[in-house]
Design a protein. Structure first.
Lengths: 339, 339
DNA sequence: CTCACCTACCAAAACGTTTTGGTCAATCGT
DNA sequence: ACGATTGACCAAAACGTTTTGGTAGGTGAG
């Protein structure tokens, strides 16, 4: 055994009476080795509980098998609450998919803020919801790594390796539903994070409102602000001289707190006010009445992003990017009203 | 430049007219190097944009700088929702702390279920809420890795490297509060995951009930079951011949759905029924009325676990383990009743 | 019988660092 | 003036694999 206490390929070779080359061949199914020899080597390796040292393999092969996951919205607010179940579901799906392909997924909180540890060698990266001109996305690309993002970076149109739901179409879909349910003055409450999701939502709303001859009622509330922000916005909206008859809030959290505020102010939901959310979460399912919401399929998004990345790493032609993931609209009590 | 296209330490050495040894010395601040030479080497390295290859460093040093994070309750249910904000907060704190010390945090979904990728070489591991006799904890320990868990494994008393809140004391604290607020028939709803948290909660409740001469009313509901489970349990509890006057549910999610059910059944909270939760979450803050809950300080737990692990990796004497993290009890509407 | 071609195996190089164990010249103490 | 010490530097070994480029012996075709 090596002085380190670890069993090396040489120990196995010595014990089996062959060269390290032959052991490597057997273990990787490469060269031509006699059946008897193969058996003996496999047996010896098992007996010695030999495990190839992945670092040495990486050094030779140039790959580490580690993929970075940067969840930008969480970087911005410090990993506190906030629409978190979306990110957990996405990260879980990505990690599972990575492990299935022999890769590990490493969580990397804001690479640009702290000095990047030397020990971090990555094969690729996934950036979730990059900001416009995102520095972390830039950093990874600068390192020459293949990167796939979840949501595009509008300031970097040449970066086509992203996955997302069709935010504009999905937004219109919800607006159409609200209109179909009788709403004629639909307000939208979007976040302030400077990313594609918010941009698309606002843009889709403004053009939709224009098309339907409705004066836009747009409010924005910072993602980092707590549930109280929803209450303020709700109060603000409902005390307007000409209040909305429906509210579409992009996060489930804000939708739920606006709904609660409305009810506290004596508004009936869905009788007098319809509510919908742009992202399903525990709050939307849990609110009373339950709130209609878009399920953005974070699992599919995470899995797809990982697969796209792994295809690129494998040098495969790679199916065309960007790739669009369909969302599911869960209709609930908050918009239940006969047509 | 090396054929790989990567700048190696030899390239720098050649360009600066010194040996690789000297470059390494300068870059790591090790040997004795003349000031002028040092300057020249640093300048050259910067010009060539030299970055030491971490894999080679790892091979030499035997360390990878990667720590595994296994979140066992999520492994059990497949990374869907459920008390998730606790885990995100914990994982975020652990990742941040790791990165601050030059380590990366790798998410490892159930190591025992899928074949462990060869490329995964770890320096240590953190296991969140291990089950009794947890196989993932066992696997990591078998590999000879230093492991710290969040919550102990009751089947492995010799494993003292864990961090946790004092579940028994905190449970009693909540029960005491409920009693102080007038409750005399307190029911407890715990999870079914076979881990220390559930064990401790149940154990503390049973002995507390015995001490206070109260007949225990204990229900258990699987963590994986959705919000509907809470409704069922709530109905069950309240339709007993002799219903409870307070419910302590270990998860915020179950507390909230039980509260909602109770209200739907016409019970006034906190007038006729008190509700408290053993873990703070978005649901407890968000329910109406807001629900009193223990904030288990996942950030502190995650940070502490990481620090404990890093101390062991650094070979430091290591402050005594296990380490206990204090929880904070947030009193809210659901238990607001004059003494 | 000989040449070519397999089969089964191996020695050495390569991956890019860090560390060990030097060498050589200049300086210091006596 | 001479041995000891120090400062500045370097060649080679080491980390544990995988891959390259072999060799030696056996076998089939001509």
């Amino acid at each position: 055994m090596a002085p380190s206490g670890r069993v090396t390929i040489r120990d196995v070779a010595r014990a089996a009476g062959v060269s390290a080359t032959t052991v490597s061949h057997v273990l990787n199914g490469k060269g031509a080795v006699a059946a008897a020899t193969r058996e003996r080597i496999l047996r010896t390796a098992a007996e010695l509980r030999y495990q190839a040292n992945p670092i040495a393999q990486s050094l030779r092969g140039g790959r580490t098998g580690v993929i970075a996951l940067a969840i930008r919205p969480l970087d911005a607010i410090g990993y506190t609450l906030q629409g978190v179940d979306y990110f957990v579901r996405l990260a879980g799906a990505a990690a599972t998919s990575a492990l299935d392909h022999g890769f590990g997924l490493m969580l990397v909180p804001d690479l640009t803020r702290r000095s990047v540890p030397a020990a971090m060698n990555l094969d690729g990266g996934i950036v979730v919801d990059p900001f416009v001109g995102d520095p972390v996305l830039a950093e990874l690309l600068d390192r020459g790594l293949p990167v796939v993002s979840t949501g595009r970076d509008p300031a970097r149109p040449e970066h086509i390796w992203w996955t997302d739901t069709d935010n504009r179409a999905e937004t219109r879909r919800v607006l159409d539903l609200l209109r179909e349910r009788g709403a004629r003055r639909i307000a939208v409450v979007a976040g302030t994070d400077d990313n594609a999701w918010n941009h698309d939502t606002v843009e889709a709303y403004l053009s939709w409102a224009h098309e339907h001859g409705q004066e836009p009622i747009l409010e924005r509330v910072p993602e980092k602000r707590g549930e109280t922000a929803g209450a303020e916005i709700g109060t603000l909206l409902l005390s307007r001289p000409n209040p909305p008859d429906a509210v579409f809030a992009s996060t489930g959290r804000h939708a739920a707190s606006i709904a609660r505020t409305a009810i506290a102010l004596g508004w009936d939901i869905p009788g007098r006010l319809l509510i919908a959310a742009g992202s399903d979460s525990e709050q939307t399912r849990f609110a009373s009445p339950a709130i209609t919401a878009l399920d953005l399929s974070p699992e599919a998004t995470g899995r797809l992003a990982m697969e796209l990345l792994l295809q690129r790493l494998a040098g495969e032609p790679g199916s065309a990017a960007p790739r669009i993931v369909p969302a599911t609209l869960h209709e609930r009590q908050s918009t239940a009203r006969p047509h």
